[in-house]
Design a protein around this ligand. Structure first.
Ligand code: DX5
Ligand code: ZN
Length: 224
């Protein structure tokens, strides 16, 4: 199952050493990073934003996937695209005009993602699935790193895959985010996720960043 992408979530990194830690993860094989943006309104936490993305863009060519956990995401699509986001993912739950916003992300030249909270059904995407490159199925409630994985979200990963199949959509990425590590990556991959976001387990795991990353990679080749 080496077609799976492990995307370290920078939320768990040491922000004073962000560039170094990205480079360390890249040496271990990472080429896709997840960048969590929180506004203190949509989720009860603050994180990083446009200046940090710009700085990171200057030091890496890896794929940068920006997960906007913010109200009124339409205001920030262009600034994040300009700052170097390769993909922008917005939440289905906050977008008043989801269809418009997804088209706008495409127009800005970024890949298009849409996220679903644990309580949001896959079927809410039935009208927009052909517009997106990635569906993010949250496996925790958004707002914090280091939370426990919600296994009940995995049937939704399967449903998204089935919907895509029924609609003849090929190449859709299904991403899981929250509580992913060597124990939870295999069931998520079996359910149909191909992009596995991992924050704490990569940057705050028991070993070095390389060892932690490799432990997730190994769990996928052994158990899936
Ligand atoms: C949670 C974020 C996640 C977070 C995952 O709101 O969207 O990307 O970084 O962290 P872990 O892997 O520690 O659960
Ligand atoms: Zn995230």
């Amino acid at each position: 199952m080496n077609d799976k992408i492990i995307a370290p979530s920078l939320l768990a990194a040491d922000f004073a050493r962000l560039g170094e830690q990205v480079a360390e993860a890249e040496e271990a094989g990472a080429s896709w990073f997840h960048f969590d943006v929180m506004d203190g309104h949509y989720v009860p936490n603050l994180s990083i934003g446009i200046p940090v993305l710009e700085s990171l863009r200057a030091v890496t060519e890896s794929f940068l996937d920006v997960h906007l956990m913010i109200d009124n995401p339409q205001i920030f699509l262009e600034p994040f695209a300009r700052a170097g986001a390769d993909m922008i993912t917005i939440h289905q739950e906050v977008a008043v005009h989801l269809h418009r916003d997804l088209h706008e992300i495409r127009r800005l030249g970024a890949r298009v993602g849409v996220a679903l909270n644990p309580s949001t059904p896959a079927e809410t995407l039935s009208e927009v699935l052909p517009l997106v490159d990635l569906v993010l199925v949250m496996t925790v409630n958004p707002g914090f790193g280091g939370q426990a994985f919600i296994a009940a979200a995995l049937p939704k990963v399967q449903r998204v895959r089935e919907m895509a199949l029924d609609m003849g959509i090929e190449g859709l990425h299904v991403q899981v985010d929250g509580g992913i590590g060597p124990e939870t990556a295999p069931p998520a991959a079996r359910a149909g996720a191909d992009v596995l976001v991992a924050g704490s387990s990569v940057f705050r795991g028991p070993g070095s960043i390389r060892e932690n990353y490799e432990a997730i990679r190994a769990s996928l080749s052994v158990r899936v």
